[in-house]
Design a protein around this ligand. Structure first.
Ligand SMILES: [Zn+2]
Length: 411
């Protein structure tokens, strides 16, 4: 299965600068590194003035040719809300939350899977296979159902049980691979896709460069939702680094189109227990060196971030370096506290893999001029992570006196 060229897209290497319209290279013919897509399209300014109904509003910047029907459940077009109570808690002058929990299956991965599965169907695939810690499993299974296709999801040891039940409910075939290494599961995925002719839908840009394009639309939406008055920082969770790289490339599209002068500073956040991005930044490593140093035995409650290597390091590392950004790590305790704080101050229940961005707010430079946190996935899928009072047991009452004793009564 190879894709017909899309006239306005180039396949570009961030390593040696190679760029071409040809679609049949799996890796860069110049240096053997991964390729990513780059749009040359110049859509009318009006698309940034009309409110989007889904990410397909921006289809001229996506790698799906005109006339191809998207596989869509209404993904994207998520709210960006001012978070005044949380802002005050951290002494910030402005805090926006880009709330991705409202996507059709509860995470930002729907943006990527909608684009990826549309591409898969367009080139004639009937089965998709993906490695997942849970969110991609749900998304791939739901969108495959929508498209009348078959989804097979390979999950590693960090997957939350509720996510696997959700994926299976959509009809996805869930297969456990008993390892803690994302790299090993992806290798198996790639071999299965080659042997059986399945479309490889894993959201790891170094192996599959189409689906990650869907995540760029978060940058386009933020530009519109702020009227172009973007915050100094955009803070995103990092597992393989695909979201970080995509948000950077989305803002770079806006620079190319003359809509903004420069990309906001980008901050990638990882659990301290699995931090290959922070390690590569600290040590000055490039993509190849980072690949040569997988994180040994990741162990974190943020299962969506438990990737032992940066599958999108070719875009995630320059996203930090070229925007004068930061890679921040947070402890397991800080992640749980971030999850509790976001729910209790702003009414948004996120999963541990999203809560890292709340924990990072205390670690940004104090003079920061505006921050946007991307809240990537719903906590409803991972409630077992919740400890403390929210986990129960809950007291019982049947009389008014008992209610008064429990709650303090009026007020
Ligand atoms: Zn190259």
């Amino acid at each position: 299965m190879s894709a017909p060229p899309v006239p306005y897209m180039r396949h570009q290497c961030h390593g040696c600068g190679h760029a071409s319209a040809a679609t049949d290279f799996r890796v860069c013919p110049g240096c053997g590194g991964p390729l990513s897509l780059e749009s040359l399209a110049r859509p009318p300014r009006a698309i940034f003035e009309q409110r989007p109904e889904s990410l397909w509003h921006y289809r001229e910047l996506l790698p799906i040719p005109e006339g191809v029907a998207p596989v869509t459940l209404g993904e994207g077009a998520t709210p960006a809300i001012e978070a005044d109570r949380l802002r005050a808690r951290f002494g910030l002058n402005r805090l926006l939350l880009k709330n991705e929990t409202g996507n059709p299956t509860g995470s930002f991965k729907d943006r990527q899977v909608s684009v990826g599965i549309t591409h898969a169907r367009h080139i004639g695939a009937s089965t998709v296979v993906a490695m997942s810690s849970g969110n991609v499993a749900c998304s791939a299974s739901a969108y495959a159902a929508r498209a009348g296709m078959r989804a097979i999801v390979l999950v590693h040891g960090h997957a939350a049980p509720a996510k696997l039940r959700q994926a299976a409910a959509y009809g996805g075939q869930v297969v456990r691979v008993p390892t803690d290494s994302s790299r090993e599961v992806i290798d198996l995925c790639i071999r299965a896709s080659e042997e059986f002719g399945w479309y490889h839908l894993t959201t790891a840009g170094m192996h599959e460069r189409y689906n990650v394009e869907g995540a760029k639309t978060i940058a386009y939406e933020l530009y519109q939702q702020t009227g172009g008055d973007l915050p100094e920082w955009v803070v995103v969770p990092v597992g393989g680094g695909g979201l970080l790289g995509a948000v950077w490339r989305g803002f770079e599209d806006l620079v190319r189109l003359g809509l903004i002068d420069r990309c906001p500073r980008l901050c990638g956040v990882q659990p301290r227990e699995c931090a290959p991005l922070a390690q590569a930044i600290d040590r000055g490593w490039g993509f190849r060196e980072s690949l040569a140093h997988p994180w040994p035995a990741p162990k974190t409650i943020a299962g969506g971030l438990a990737d032992d290597i940066l599958f999108d390091g070719h875009t995630a590392l320059p996203a930090i370096r070229e925007t004068n950004g930061l890679a921040i790590t947070v402890s397991e305790g800080e992640i749980l506290e971030g999850m509790r704080l976001l729910a209790a101050t702003e009414g948004i229940l996120c999963e541990p893999s999203s809560a890292v961005v709340v924990a990072a707010l205390a670690k940004l430079p104090p003079e920061s001029n505006g921050v946007c946190c991307v809240i990537t996935g719903s906590g409803i899928k991972d409630l077992d992570a919740f400890a403390g009072s929210a986990a129960g047991p809950y007291p019982a009452a049947t009389t008014l006196d008992e209610f008064r004793a429990l709650t303090g009564g009026a007020g």
